[in-house]
Design a protein around this ligand. Structure first.
Ligand SMILES: [Zn+2]
Length: 377
């Protein structure tokens, strides 16, 4: 039985904003002192109210257009309920059935189209720092805005995931949506993978989700190690289940937990934020902004290309030194020199070529031509 992988990808991007997603806390959390960027809203105090960050929403919509998505005129936030120590509210504000952007795609260099199911907006959780005997919590990251890109399971090779990830990063940077600095956690990847027989159309009835991968290299390594593991399990006759796995550079992937189903999250509409509606004018502005930026980059790229065609070359050889070479080349090619004298001026280019060659590219062709002209009349 020949098996092939079926892979889907989720990309989390932190959009560039001044403040967090639902509170006025500053978003410059990198290397900030633990719990110095917090307030009652992002600490999940009872009785506080979230106020959506319009700039984060706009960045998410720009990302949607840049990924060829359709923007929703109507959208809303939902509560995703789960318990985690670094999620003090006991739920995460995310988007369930009415995301900001749907149906995008990216075409890979091979021509293969990877479909993007949706791009939605959500808030990040805090961070648990596990020590030997205790765990510390840092809530600076709690409530940071995140754009989540969800693809269809269209990848059949880890290298395609690598290319897609890099393309997303380039696009987000090009339109100033996110810096995508993976070291700073501004871009994180989650891949889901299962194996099926080559030629099988239906999706397998299980999948392993590999969480929080913070480098393109690691996502490829993690997927390759899953392909080996799952293939061996299936060949042994094992029945694989939905599960969430972590990745370690040395260990490969490891089981974290059996995966929660959607029903475990008990999604329901966020009662503290009214549904959003976007006017056609506003949505057209977003599209126009991407179009303009596209035009600007194209003009810039064209200019750069023209510059590259005519590099400013520096010639090291002085005119006196060039003159010596010109004289010897004329002596060696007296018949050509004679032709030039009779009016075949094009033949001078042959001599110029010879001088350039003898000077090993260090003589300015303009000066060579001038000297030849002055010596052969
Ligand atoms: Zn806050």
């Amino acid at each position: 039985m020949q098996l092939e992988p079926v892979i889907g990808l989720e990309v989390h991007l932190q959009p560039k904003t001044k403040s967090k997603m639902f509170c006025p806390c500053p978003a410059d959390i990198w290397k900030a002192e633990s719990n110095s960027r917090v307030c009652p809203v992002c600490l999940g105090y009872p009785g506080t109210l979230p106020v959506p960050n319009i700039e984060a929403i706009r960045k998410c919509q720009l990302l949607g257009i840049a990924l060829s998505c359709q923007l929703a005129g109507l959208s809303k936030f939902d509560r995703k309920n789960y318990f985690y120590p670094d999620l003090p509210k006991g739920y995460q504000i995310s988007q369930y059935d009415e995301p900001l952007c749907v149906n995008g795609n990216i075409t890979l260099a091979s021509g293969k189209v990877i479909r993007i199911r949706r791009v939605h907006m959500e808030e990040d959780t805090g961070k648990s720092l596990h020590g030997d005997s205790d765990t510390l919590l840092d809530f600076n990251k709690s409530g940071m805005p995140l754009c989540e890109i969800v693809t269809e399971p269209d990848f059949s090779d880890p290298e395609e995931v690598y290319e897609f990830g890099k393309r997303v990063r380039d696009i987000a940077r090009k339109y100033s949506i996110s810096d995508c600095d993976m070291e700073k956690g501004q871009m994180r990847l989650e891949a889901s993978i299962s194996m099926r027989s080559v030629g099988q159309k239906e999706l397998p009835n299980y999948r392993a989700e590999i969480k929080n991968i913070n480098s393109f290299k690691f996502v490829v390594m993690a997927l390759k190690s899953e392909i080996v593991r799952q293939t061996a399990e299936l060949m042994n006759g094992s029945i694989l289940k939905n599960e969430t796995r972590g990745f370690d550079e040395k260990l490969g992937t490891f089981l974290m937990r059996e995966k929660e189903g959607e029903k475990d999250y008990r999604y329901f509409p966020e009662p503290d934020i009214p549904p959003m509606s976007f006017s056609t004018d506003y949505l057209n502005e977003i599209k126009e902004e991407i179009r303009k930026k596209e035009e600007e980059t194209n003009t810039k790229e064209n200019k750069n290309e023209t510059k590259q065609e005519r590099p400013q070359k520096v010639y090291l050889m002085l005119e006196d030194q060039v003159l010596d070479i010109v004289k010897s080349v004329i002596l060696e090619n007296s018949s050509v020199a004679a032709q030039i004298k009779t009016g075949k001026t094009n033949a001078a280019m042959f001599l110029v070529g010879q001088v350039v060659k003898n000077a090993k590219g260090q003589a300015d062709p303009k000066i060579i031509k001038k000297l030849i002209d002055s010596l052969i009349r």
